[in-house]
Write a protein that binds this ligand. Structure first.
Ligand code: ADP
Ligand code: SR1
Ligand code: MG
Length: 408
């Protein structure tokens, strides 16, 4: 099939004859609206005229970067990786991944379950929502997804096949190499340049060679470590949830990379939200909730990941009986501590890139009062620097919380 870029007027014509879609909607007439608020793609909601709750999401990649414009070419192959990553994740954890009704790599298009009773986590957190089941759910997602796609579970052969399957996602990996680890710390046309002119904090960041050298070390890990299949962009805009359920969406940046990258992305975005409530709303309860959330995510992830490791004793990495119980225990403790450390290092880079880089976050870039916004930016850069400079010395999760609280 030949690719055709759809719009609100052509979506229905395209989907109307697909058997799974016909079966889902029956004879009802349908309406379409575009609801995409992400940086890259177009997202349409198709609804039954008879029942507004009966709806599906049609997502299509276009051949450019939506948030920059048609002049920034980006191949639509990213949708193939999104579809494959969704299917892999659904096979491991169907509870936390939207169901796919139809996929078409030629059209760079997927049709999935509409999460109508769920909201984007970033928006909910800004509105001071709290989600009592979130840490339980996301720690399961992270531990299962990372463990079952790593060399701690897979055979050597299966792991290398997984790498082959996903590491051709070169364009989106390059976007992260550029936007997370490079351009946000130097003069670049993609930056938020209005805010950079005559800005001493930006000048200080761009001239902070000590910090930038550590960012380079993290970038090298990102480029070379093949620990597990990652979502690749696990910020709070990629999570849709309510008090009962949690879904992870939008895995188009999926690749086989360092264990700590997804965990770091999530922590970075929770800290950015904490900064918002420290500087803008001064809501002490929400700040405490966010700190507890960060602590629980990290603690529960560690426990669940180690539990899975206890259940699976033989893998590409360790043959059953290779180490005695004492040495195995020491090895695992060191291994999990290293994941924590690298997660915090990546969290630092993920926070710093959002301050002046191409895609800011609403919690900080969305602050209208420029004095408050600069205060929030300062706080983000200060925590980010602490994370990036000192992640290798972290010994406990509580130290991470202290690092967050000690920066103003
Ligand atoms: P992009 O790849 O451009 O970042 P996203 O996958 O993040 O696009 O989707 C953009 C927006 O579309 C989300 O922020 C959310 O509001 C909406 N959306 C995406 N998938 C769903 C879904 N399955 N159900 C409901 N809304 C969705
Ligand atoms: C221009 S692409 C910018 C960012 O949007 C995505 O959500 C990723 O975080 C990417 O780095
Ligand atoms: Mg998105």
């Amino acid at each position: 099939m030949q690719y055709k870029e759809l719009d609100v007027n052509s979506v229905l014509d395209f989907i109307i004859d697909i058997p799974s879609i016909k079966e889902y909607f029956g004879d009802a007439s349908l309406n379409v609206a575009e609801i995409g608020d992400g940086n890259l793609n177009y997202v349409y909601i198709v609804r039954s005229d008879d029942d507004a709750n009966k709806a599906l999401i049609v997502k299509q990649a276009v051949e450019y970067l939506r948030c920059v414009g048609e002049e920034y070419a980006l191949s639509r192959e990213r949708m193939s990786f999104e579809i494959r990553a969704m299917k892999k994740a659904y096979a491991i954890l169907p509870k936390h991944i939207p169901k796919i009704y139809y996929e078409n790599e030629d059209m760079s298009l997927v049709i999935m379950e509409f999460l109508g009773r769920h909201e984007i986590m970033r928006k909910g957190l800004i509105e001071k929502e709290q989600y009592p089941n979130f840490t339980e759910h996301i720690s399961t997602y992270l531990s299962f997804f990372l463990f079952y796609t790593s060399s701690l579970y897979l055979s050597s052969d299966a792991k290398r096949k997984l790498i082959d399957e996903f590491n051709a996602n070169t364009e989106l990996c390059k976007l992260s190499e550029d936007f997370v680890f490079t351009t946000a710390y130097m003069d670049d046309e993609t930056n938020d340049n209005e805010n950079i002119v005559n800005n001493d904090d930006a000048k200080r960041l761009f001239n902070d060679m000590e910090f930038k050298a550590k960012v380079l070390e993290l970038k090298y890990k990102f480029m070379t470590q093949t620990d597990a299949l990652l979502h690749g962009d696990l910020h709070t805009g990629s999570i849709m949830l309510n008090k009962e359920q949690t879904f992870v969406i939008d895995p188009e940046f999926a690749f086989v990379g360092p264990f700590g990258f997804d965990i770091g992305a999530l922590i970075a975005n929770l800290v950015n939200n904490y900064i918002h409530h420290s500087i803008v709303t001064h809501d002490a309860k929400q700040q405490a909730y966010l700190l507890t959330t960060i602590q629980e995510v990290l603690k529960k992830f560690e426990r669940k990941f180690l539990d899975l490791w206890t259940q699976h004793t033989s893998s590409a990495l360790i043959a059953d009986g290779f180490l005695d119980a004492r040495y195995l225990d020491i090895y695992k403790k060191k291994f999990i501590l290293n994941i924590l450390r690298e997660s915090i290092g990546f969290a630092g880079a993920k926070m710093a890139r959002r301050v002046y880089g191409v895609a800011g976050v609403e919690e900080i870039r969305g602050i209208d009062d420029m004095m408050l916004r600069h205060k929030a930016e300062k706080m983000a850069l200060s925590i980010a620097r602490e994370f990036v400079m000192h992640y290798e010395n972290i010994k406990t999760i509580d130290e991470v919380l202290e690092m967050i609280q000690s920066e103003r």
